[in-house]
Design a protein around this ligand. Structure first.
Ligand code: BGC
Length: 748
């Protein structure tokens, strides 16, 4: 059997520089409304035609944004027939949280703290994607995000490198299966390498300045974990990192990614990021941009139109581009095509695609994921779960309550709205005929001050129903609430307010939603607030006045059913926050893993006008169960720097219903060759405990949990020190123990 290597080498020896450049070029291919063109800076009409002629000329190696299997087959045929070597095209797409079956948004999946749920979800997404002919997803986004003004916080796993690494690896496993090329799976492309989440002021695309210590200790670990899990691709980032465009960084793509972590896949630029090396004021022209990118180790250029890599032959000719670097890139791209079986089976079975997309089992996986990712933020007087037997009327309030588009969240395109269940629909179905369920929108939708390119996609821009009279609706909503046993208010951000190009200068509930909530609370009816969000919002007032608050995120296709199951107690919420929830925007960035400082006693009083603690800490989430922690112990109180300690704790569910708890372990290194964070997550496990069940949970804390990159010595260190350990249900856990790490070998 021909090996991958020799097949690829044989192709490369036959290729001209222009053919090689073609293999390194990926084009967007989409049909957008004519008015989308100017916003995206391309000609919406001409773009598909020019891509087709590139395919016919063998000048395109990959396409993105095609999801219709018949179209994929047609374009594939153009490509294969168009290049003399018959090299097929690799189809990529942003399968971020599902293709047809939409899962909760990534930050919500992270809030499940359940790698199995996450892996299962992305494996369904991969199955749907592969069935329609997509070979590769531009996901997971593994950027650490510590500033919720940045809209893309929704696409990642939040603030913490340890949780982020676990979530990243689970997603790669889900997308790719056991190995690259596994049937029903796609190539995973962790992005955006690196540091994109730290944009100045939370403003998307703005520059990022991160110390080496932050990169190695905080921003890199999820990438390293994704690479270790076998990710076949990595995408670069748009912005300048420490003054150099991240998309031209040899240090990132070659020294860190390949030489240090052993990454063997291919690197793709973010959209137009090679072209924009010119825009950044870095490269002199497209030819220079292409040469610098390819020399740095950027394999494939993603381009909306007019790719810089078109200039690679001339850059080779002038000696600016390295022929070895270019061949290495072509080799990596071709290897991916061979591994994905493209040479053997370039076309997709359209009938099978229809069957796979219609698979009802996918919807079940999505519902369970939505149930597992909700976070119960407050439940005074145990208002939740609602007792279906004693509630006879429910008022469901808010414009997001019955919005099929919004419940899906951003980054979805080919959605099936008919099978999407809104919160209102879910509650109606679950409550049954005996319960009266009324709905009022209450307030009008809010429009962005500055629309983004995503608003151009059909249905993405929210609209009020025709003839909407806000004052009358507001009154109607309040009256419904007054007359009901329970009012369920759904409030948050419309889906186009979060995601890429959706940074915000405030964290308040947009529009008059808070006012509506206040008026509903004023009626005296019991209120449950469901927060629909992908970033923390300013909930200071609700936390004081609304007895029950459930964060449902954007829960996806089956969101309404999942939410109803949670409200009525068919399932118990068990999600936990993957970020510290600030009180107000003025506190951001806010992280739990800060260092002690010279004044730790005043940590909560850094501002004179507002507590400097979060509204809800990292890792927080309530349950209908109740958990007690006891018997925290380490197996060896003194170990050497190369040893591992086992920490065990007994967790008891004292309630009389089954519930999940996410048991979390934090450590703190007291002294050493650097100041270390007051707490760092170093272990977690989501466990299901029956009513009154106790379970002993164990964690191992070894050298890899204790090592960190040290700015003083510019290297990794594992210090001797006393380590405090806390285990509990969030990052403020009080139950603690400690162990010593010494240089001297201790008897086991
Ligand atoms: C985003 C990427 C995405 C790409 C293709 C870019 O604007 O930054 O995350 O994968 O578009 O849609």
């Amino acid at each position: 059997m021909e090996t991958i290597q020799s097949k690829v080498d044989e192709l490369i020896t036959q290729m001209s520089p222009a053919e090689k450049a073609g293999q390194l070029t990926q084009y967007f291919y989409f049909r957008l409304p004519a008015d989308a063109g100017p916003a995206l800076d391309f000609d919406a009409d001409a773009q598909p035609k020019s891509v087709e002629s590139a395919l016919r000329a063998g000048a395109a190696g990959s396409l993105l944004f095609v999801t219709d299997p018949a179209e994929i087959n047609r374009l594939q045929r153009l490509a294969i027939e168009g290049n003399r070597l018959g090299i097929p095209v690799l189809f990529g797409f942003d399968v971020i949280h599902g293709l047809r079956t939409i899962f909760p948004v990534p930050i919500a999946m992270a809030a499940s703290w359940d790698p199995d749920t996450i892996e299962r979800g992305q494996s369904v997404a991969a199955r749907e994607a592969r069935a329609v002919g997509i070979h590769w997803t531009f996901a997971p986004m593994v950027d650490i995000a510590r500033d919720p003004r940045w809209g893309r916080i929704i696409e990642g796993a939040g603030e913490d490198p340890y949780l982020g690494a676990a979530v990243a690896a689970a997603q790669v496993r889900g997308f790719q299966g056991g190995e690259l090329g596994a049937p029903d799976h796609v190539i995973a492309g962790p992005k955006h390498f690196a540091g994109y989440g730290a944009a100045l002021g939370g403003r998307d695309y703005d520059e990022v300045n991160l110390s080496d210590s932050e990169l190695w200790n905080v921003y890199f670990p999820p990438f390293e974990a994704a690479v270790a899990a076998g990710a076949g691709n990595v995408m670069t980032a748009y912005m300048d990192l420490n003054g150099v465009p991240a998309s031209s960084s040899r240090w990132l793509f070659t020294e860190v990614l390949r030489d240090t972590w052993g990454f063997e896949g291919f690197v793709v630029s973010d959209a137009n990021a090679v072209r924009s090396l010119v825009t950044h004021g870095f490269a002199t022209d497209l030819s220079d941009a292409a040469a610098r990118a390819v020399n740095a180790g950027m394999d494939l250029e993603m381009a909306v139109s007019d790719p810089a890599y078109r200039h690679l032959p001339e850059a080779l000719e002038s000696g600016a581009a390295s022929p070895q670097a270019m061949d290495a890139s072509v080799r990596r791209v071709l290897q991916a095509k061979v591994r994905m079986g493209l040479f053997d089976a370039p076309y997709v079975d359209e009938d099978r695609a229809r069957e796979v997309l219609a698979d009802p089992a996918h919807r079940d996986v999505a519902r369970i994921a939505a149930e597992r990712s909700a976070v119960l933020l407050r439940n005074e007087g145990e208002l939740l779960p609602l007792d279906a037997g004693s509630v006879s009327s429910i008022a469901v309030i808010g414009p997001l309550a019955d919005s099929k588009r919004d419940i899906l969240g951003p980054w979805v395109f080919d959605v099936d709205l008919d099978e999407t269940v809104t919160v209102l629909e879910g509650i109606r179905a679950r409550a049954g005929d005996g319960v009266r369920v009324d709905h009022a929108r209450g307030v009008r939708v809010v429009q962005r001050e500055f629309p983004s390119m995503f608003d151009m996609f059909g249905g993405n821009r929210p609209e009020d129903p025709e003839g909407f009279d806000e004052d009358a609706e507001f009154q109607h909503a309040v009256e419904l609430a007054r007359g009901a046993d329970v009012a369920v208010v759904v409030a948050g951000e419309w889906q186009n307010m979060i995601g890429e190009a959706a940074s915000r200068s405030s964290l308040e509930l947009p529009g008059r939603q808070l006012e509506l909530l206040q008026a509903v609370v004023e009626t005296g009816t019991s209120v449950v607030l469901l927060v629909m969000n992908g970033r923390p919002l300013d909930l200071r007032w609700p936390v004081e006045h609304v007895p029950a608050i459930l964060d449902i995120w954007y829960p996806g296709t089956q969101g309404g059913t999942a939410v109803a199951n949670l409200l009525f107690g068919d399932v118990t919420p068990g999600g936990k926050l993957p970020f510290s929830w600030p009180r107000t925007v003025g506190q951001v960035p806010m992280v739990y893993a800060h260092t002690r400082s010279h004044e730790p006693a005043n940590q909560a009083r850094r501002y004179w006008d507002e507590a400097s603690t979060p509204l809800f800490p990292f890792g927080y989430g309530l349950s209908y169960g109740r958990f007690e922690y006891a018997d925290l112990a380490v197996d060896h109180p003194v170990i050497s720097t190369t040893d591992t300690v086992t920490v065990s704790v007994k967790v008891t569910n004292t309630a009389d219903r089954e519930a999940d708890e996410v048991v979390q372990l934090y450590i703190h290194q007291r002294t050493g060759s650097a100041s270390r964070p007051v707490r760092e997550l170093k272990g977690f496990r989501r466990v299901t405990l029956l009513a009154r069940e106790s379970r002993t949970v164990q964690f191992r804390v070894g050298p890899s949990e204790r090592r960190y990159w040290n700015a003083a010595v510019q290297d990794w260190v594992t210090d001797s020190s006393t380590f405090d350990v806390w285990v509990g249900g969030d990052s403020t856990a009080q139950l603690s123990t400690r162990f010593e790490v010494t240089d001297a070998d201790q008897p086991a």
